[in-house]
Design a protein. Structure first.
Length: 84
């Protein structure tokens, strides 16, 4: 984090981030502060890497988030037949 103590600001900002077009099919399903090597965990569902790119790009370029987030690490997990 660039600014210590902004975890909950980021959580609230990401809860507001929604689809821009009805033809998109992704969503942020979970956001929470964590302790340790990282400050937050964000879980999202998406159908293709372009959707993931949109989410990550938003986190890196949004005016507020850009001030609060120092770096991002993206990990991709798969689960066969996952039903949200």
């Amino acid at each position: 984090m660039k600014i210590i103590g902004t975890q909950w600001n980021i959580v609230n900002k990401l809860k507001e981030f929604n689809l821009k077009n009805s033809n998109e099919n992704w969503k942020i399903t979970y956001v929470a502060p964590v302790y340790g090597g990282w400050d937050l965990i964000i879980e999202c569902l998406f159908n293709n890497l372009e959707n993931l790119d949109e989410i990550v790009t938003y986190c890196r370029t949004d005016k507020d988030l850009n001030q609060w987030i120092d770096a991002t690490t993206t990990l991709i997990s798969t689960k066969k037949n996952f039903k949200p």
